[in-house]
Ligand binder design. Structure first.
Ligand code: ADP
Length: 319
């Protein structure tokens, strides 16, 4: 293999730049040529492809977003779209591809591999919902952004003695809600992976009220329902002044944490090593701090789960 490509696809996440940098530098270290494909699979179809040098990825390790931009591309879900992509790769003499993105992007990567074009997936999403890795690139940064926001809301919640409902991202996964809730001592965390009992939630809030708690914080994962719906239900049941905050896209931005920069650097470099070893259709990941890789199809067939012990602990610590 003499020439590889790299693209970012789907939702962006902080640390994608550090991953691109690692792919480019590790490839050049191995004397490969590297091409950057802008705007994900859409850019691949359009031939938006440029050679990258060592300096192309200078001064990006600390920046959020992705210097290669990202896009969603319906056409790439069709055989015709995939064939157009492969034609472009052939035109540029690219022999292997690293795709940094979430599970949708992985399905595209898997299709390329099935058509005989070796592709490796690097998990980049704040949702932490890709099986085959303990952490995805961007999760830790988003977690810290959420913690920072909740700390600020806590100040005003205490001052006004109010109940706050905070809706956090995560798509169908509750990791961001669970981790931020545990880190911030939330009274209640609502995640899609665990059933909740509204009466139990109300009982918990009432007990807090009775022992003189100044405020309550309830974290709702977007996959479990809307913050506004929970806010209305609590207000109705308790006759309590309730405020709802939907954190939204601030969770996707910002300079990546040290953890995400290191994770992105390790995973990006590992993807290049795997291409050189002749691997294809695999996702790289980190498990118990060891670099691992798994078949993309097998990984995506697994159901995402949260750490139920952690969920139980969050309940025990907020009795
Ligand atoms: P994410 O990668 O963040 O999960 P999406 O689910 O939007 O984001 O997927 C990103 C892109 O991956 C899609 O716009 C599409 O181009 C490609 N993709 C998603 N699913 C498939 C599929 N089944 N086959 C081929 N390409 C796909």
């Amino acid at each position: 293999m003499k020439r590889i490509g790299v693209l970012t696809s789907g939702g962006d996440s902080p640390g994608m730049n550090a991953a691109i940098r690692a792919v480019v530098r590790k490839a050049i270290f191995h004397e490969l040529e590297v091409y950057g494909i802008s705007y994900g699979y859409q850019g691949l179809i359009n031939g938006d492809i440029k050679k990258m040098e060592l300096g192309s990825v200078g001064d990006i390790i600390h920046r959020g977003g992705t210097m290669l931009y990202t896009a969603r591309c319906e056409e790439f879900k069709t055989l015709e779209g995939q064939q157009k992509g492969i034609e472009q790769l052939k035109k540029f003499g690219i022999e292997g591809l690293v795709v940094i993105g979430g599970d949708g992007s992985y399905r595209g990567a898997q299709k390329l591999t099935e058509h005989g074009f070796p592709t490796i997936g690097v998990p980049g999403t704040i949702d932490n919902d890709i099986p085959g890795t303990d952490f995805t690139i961007g999760f830790d940064t988003a977690l810290n952004t959420v913690i920072d926001a909740i700390d600020k809301i806590r100040d005003t919640a205490t001052s006004h003695e109010r109940t706050y409902v905070i809706e956090v991202m995560g798509r169908h996964a509750g990791d961001l809600a669970l981790w931020s809730g545990l880190a911030d001592g939330a009274e209640t965390i609502v995640v899609p992976e665990a059933d909740y009992d509204m009466e139990e939630i109300i009982g918990r809030l009432k007990r807090g009220q009775e022992r003189g708690k100044k405020h309550s914080i309830i974290i709702v994962a977007e996959g479990a329902g809307t913050g506004f719906d929970f806010g209305d239900r609590i207000k109705e049941a308790m006759n309590l002044e309730t405020r709802v905050t939907v954190l939204g896209h601030i969770q996707r931005g910002g300079s990546p944490t040290g953890f995400d920069r290191v994770l992105a650097s390790r995973l990006g470099a590992k993807a290049v090593d795997l291409l050189l070893e002749g691997k294809a259709g695999v996702t790289v990941g980190i498990e118990k701090n060891e670099l691992v890789y798994h078949d993309i199809n097998e990984a995506l067939a697994k159901k995402h789960t949260i750490d139920l012990e952690m969920y139980k602990l969050s309940q025990q610590l907020s009795i």
